[in-house]
Design a protein around this ligand. Sequence first.
Ligand code: RET
Length: 252
Amino acid sequence: MPTPGAEQVCLWLGAVGMLVGTLYFLSDGRGVEDRRRREFYVVVVFATATAFVNYLAMAVGFGVTAVELGGRPTQVYWARYTDWMFTTPLLFVGLGLLAGATRRQLAVLVGLDGLMVVTGVLATLSTATGVYAPAGEPLVWWAVSTGVLLSLLYYLFGPLTARAAPLSAALRSTFRTLRNLVAVTWLCYPVWWLAGTGGLGATGPVVETAGFVVLDLTAKLGFGYVLLSSDEALDDAAAATDRATDTGRPAD
Ligand code: RET
C-alpha cells in the first residue's frame, strides 16, 4: 500500500515547482514590450499556471478520485489529465509560433495532442472501471494514444521542421532544442504510464507520481526556460511574423 504522505509530498513539490516557475516567467516577462514576444510569455505562463492549479488540486486531495479497478478501489488522478489537456496544446502553440507555423499546422498539432490525451484518459479509465474492459482494453487505448503521439512527433520533425527551415540560425537552433526536448520527455510518458499502476504495475503509486512530477517539471519549466531565454530567437520570430504579415506570407 502506498504511503499517502510520500505521494502528497511529490504533488506539493510539483505545485511549488510550477508556482515558482510561473512567478519566474511572469517577472521575466514584465519589461517585454513587443506584442509578439509577449505571446510567448502568455503561452508559457498559462501552461505553468494551469499546471500549478492542477497540482494544487491533487496535493490537497481534490484532484484525485476513487474508482473500482477489477472490484478494487483505486485512486485516479483526474487533474493530471485536465492539466495535460490544456497545457500540452499550449506547448505546441509556443513551438508553432516559433516555427512560424500556419494555422492549419497549429490545428493539426493541437488536434492530435487532444486526441492523445483523450485516448490516454480512456486507457486510465478503462483500467479503473473494469466494466467494459477485458484485460487488454487499457493496453489498446494506450497503443492508440502512443500511436497518436508518434504521429505528432512525425509532424513535428517533418512539416514543422520544414516550416522553420528558412528562418534564422538562432531561431532554428532554439526550435531544434525545444523539438528534441519535447521528443525525449514526451516519449517517457507512455513508458512511465505502462510501467505504472494502470499498466504493468512494475512501479507503485508513489514512484509513479514522483516520475510524472519530474517529467512535468522538465517538460514545462525546461521548455519555458529554453524558449523564453532565447532572446535572439524570439526577436527573429517576432520579425518573421511581422514580415509574413507585411508580405502576405500565407497564414494558413
Ligand atoms: C499517456 C498514457 C497513454 C499513452 C500516452 C500518454 C502520453 C502522455 C503525454 C503527456 C505529456 C505531458 C506533458 C506535460 C507537461 O507538463 C496519457 C501517459 C502516449 C505525452 C508534456
